[in-house]
Design a protein around this ligand. Structure first.
Ligand SMILES: *Cc1c(COP(=O)(O)O)cnc(C)c1O
Length: 413
């Protein structure tokens, strides 16, 4: 009798560069705190919000909890796609009011864009050519590694089989359109980590490319609410032709402080098609709808009521205040760094400031320097990809006092 003695694992996980960035930051901070127990550390490294939830959202969630305590207002499993009233509020406010042709049916509510932007790979085959920017939000890369879409990583940390599009000062932080055809392209604008934005012209060029090569753009707009410049599009669907070539990810995490509350959505236009193994055209909407119906059971009624309140008059007012607050932080950070003589990017339409580190230093050298000399924790650019080497990210997510104090210390260096 043949006995299988051990279960087989997904060996693709072993190709991952073991969650390198944030654990390494934690390790260095811990070592520093160990030898300097009285140092007053200021963290401008994390991509998490710090300000409280808007009261409009809290009131709506409290009311929803009370409804759940009555037999007439109790809600069990909701629709896997999300409640229609939330999808309609999104279609109206985020899309129709911006002139985008997106219906409530094309919106799928979820518990996060991180999950959606990685789960989306469920509906694609395994032989697509995939492009990501460098630096990049690590989720796009790691989810492809886990799915077996890449080879091993090389010495500069890039995975075989992925196309990398550098975004750095040499191309003015614009993602250059590849010369080669690719099938799936991940774009995130306003960008984490660089804070760069994509103009209408930039997005139009990507859409023309996608039409030419029949590729699909996976557009992450998690930071759209931070856009201050009226000329910058908030959604890829503001651009003609996008319904046939783009999926958009949006989240309530950064605009309304839902990082711990969890609510987001993905837009899959009915016009999007892919090809099956037997060469037939297949609607992506059908596949995602099937995927969600099988593997997802919806976001809680309470949280969806909280998200709906973002679109109320009071909710809109509070979200604007939150965004303004973080953008004032970003301006303070930018001004200080510019005065100190650094080359500074981003921070104008995004809550991230991306700076060049001094000559002869690596991103990690500068991390240690800032930690030791100013007791400020940031994020080394190289952690987001090899083209991030020589850069450093400071986040505007913190309270005012801490931001001012951190900038005072950096100015005094
Ligand atoms: C924060 C962030 C998100 C939002 O993720 P959630 O899972 O919705 O909290 C999405 N994309 C990027 C690039 C982010 O930085």
């Amino acid at each position: 009798m043949h006995i299988l003695s051990v279960i087989q694992v997904n060996s693709n996980y072993l190709k991952l560069k073991a969650g390198y960035l944030f654990p390494e930051i934690a390790r260095r901070v811990k070592a520093f705190s160990g030898t300097n127990p009285h140092a007053d550390l200021i963290r401008l490294g994390i991509g998490d919000v710090t300000e409280p939830l808007p009261s409009a959202c809290r009131q709506a969630m409290k009311k929803a909890i009370d409804e759940m305590g009555t037999s007439s207002g109790f809600h069990g499993y909701g629709p896997e796609q999300g409640y229609l009233w939330l999808r309609e509020a999104i279609a109206e406010n985020d899309y129709k009011l911006r002139g985008c042709d997106i219906s409530s049916e094309e919106i799928f509510i979820s518990d996060g864009s991180k999950c959606d932007s990685s789960n989306i790979l469920d509906i694609f085959g395994s032989h697509n050519r995939i492009a990501v920017t460098d630096p990049v939000y690590p989720v796009y890369v790691d989810s492809n590694v886990m799915a077996g879409h890449t080879g091993e990583s090389g010495d500069i940390g890039r995975y075989q089989g992925l196309s990398y599009i550098p975004i750095d000062a040499s191309n003015n932080f614009k993602a250059q359109i590849p010369d080669q055809p690719v099938d799936l392209i991940y774009l995130c604008f306003p960008n984490n980590p660089t804070g760069a934005v994509a103009s209408r012209e930039d997005l139009s060029a990507w859409i023309a490319y996608a039409h030419k090569h029949q590729s699909l753009i996976l557009f992450d707009a998690a930071y759209e609410s931070f856009i201050q410049d009226d000329a910058v599009p908030h959604s890829i669907y503001e651009i003609d032709g996008s319904r046939e070539c783009a999926i958009e990810f949006r989240s309530f995490s950064k605009n309304a402080g839902f990082t711990g509350t969890r609510c987001a959505f993905t837009v899959i236009p009915r016009a999007l098609k892919g090809q099956s193994d037997d060469g037939n055209k297949v609607e992506l909407w059908n596949l995602w709808n099937r995927r969600q119906s099988t593997k997802f059971n919806g976001v809680s009624y309470i949280v969806q009521r909280g998200a709906e309140a973002v679109y109320s008059q009071q909710g809109q007012k509070e979200v604007k205040q939150l965004v303004s607050f973080y953008m004032e932080n970003a301006a303070i950070i930018r001004d200080c760094l510019l005065k100190t003589g650094f080359d500074v990017y981003g921070g104008e339409n995004a809550p991230y400031v991306w700076m060049e580190v001094p000559d002869q230093m690596t991103s990690w050298d500068f991390f240690d320097f800032l930690l030791e000399k100013a007791n400020v924790v940031g994020t080394p650019g190289s952690g987001f990809g090899s083209a991030g080497e020589g850069y450093f990210r400071l986040s505007a997510f913190n309270n005012r006092e801490k931001v001012l104090e951190a900038m005072q210390r950096i100015g005094d260096l």
